[in-house]
Design a protein around this ligand. Sequence first.
Ligand code: ATP
Ligand code: MG
Length: 261
Amino acid sequence: EEFSGHIPTKLNGLDEALCGGIPFGVLTELVGPAGIGKTQFCLKMALLASLPVRYGGLNGRVIYIDAESKFSSRRMIEIGASSFPEIFNMQGMAREMAGRIVVLQPTSLSEFTESLQQIKVSLLQHEVKLLIIDSMAALISVEHGQQAPRQQSLGWHISFIKSLAEFSRVPVLVTNQVRSQHRDQAPQYSFQDSSNAGDLERADKYDSRLVAALGINWAHAVTIRLVLEAKSGQRYLKVAKSPLSPPLAFPFIITSSGISL
Ligand code: ATP
Ligand code: MG
């Protein structure tokens, strides 16, 4: 079996810009406001990683960290059935595909890291072809009943995720919600670290509250950052950070077959 360095998104312009897709061994972050399509993107990627190789998939398992209980196997199967009817019409295939996605719902960052320690073995055996964290901010949010981790401990978790990606060569796709353009919206992150204030400029247009929540270490740990946003009713996917691509923006839509450019 071919072990390439990317998992193609099947979004043509994007795969070209990223020289093949979401790269193995590094962190790729999807940021955008609520409802823009981050989870829809993740569901499609989970599907693509689990599909048989002859259909352009990686024939692998997927670990889906569902920190906000937003994973929907029904929606994933809907995306699969309308994108790849020939596979999903086969008896038992929808179930088989869904069975390849291991969905975990940790309630804190340390619970998440503990579960990953256990899963490390299968990560290292290359059975797992994609690790999704939807979302990172939710994992550290006080809304999930946990005390906010201190920056030092957060730094440890970030290093752990990054080194896991490096050692296992698994692509890690992480979502994070940012506020929409409306200034009057309530803050989504309820704790801050003022020591980051000086770094906000360097974080480019990165949401200041997200930086406050995750710290500048996180912004730097991410190799590729894709920003999803809406302008005048049109959704756009922007390559905001990439070692290979210049900043690019692609209009996209979401249909029954998922996200497409
Ligand atoms: P959050 O930050 O709240 O998790 P998100 O960025 O993950 O938001 P998604 O759940 O990925 O947002 O996207 C939700 C949007 O996807 C819906 O508002 C809708 O526009 C679109 N969508 C979901 N299912 C379908 C479908 N079956 N057909 C068309 N569009 C759909
Ligand atoms: Mg979501």
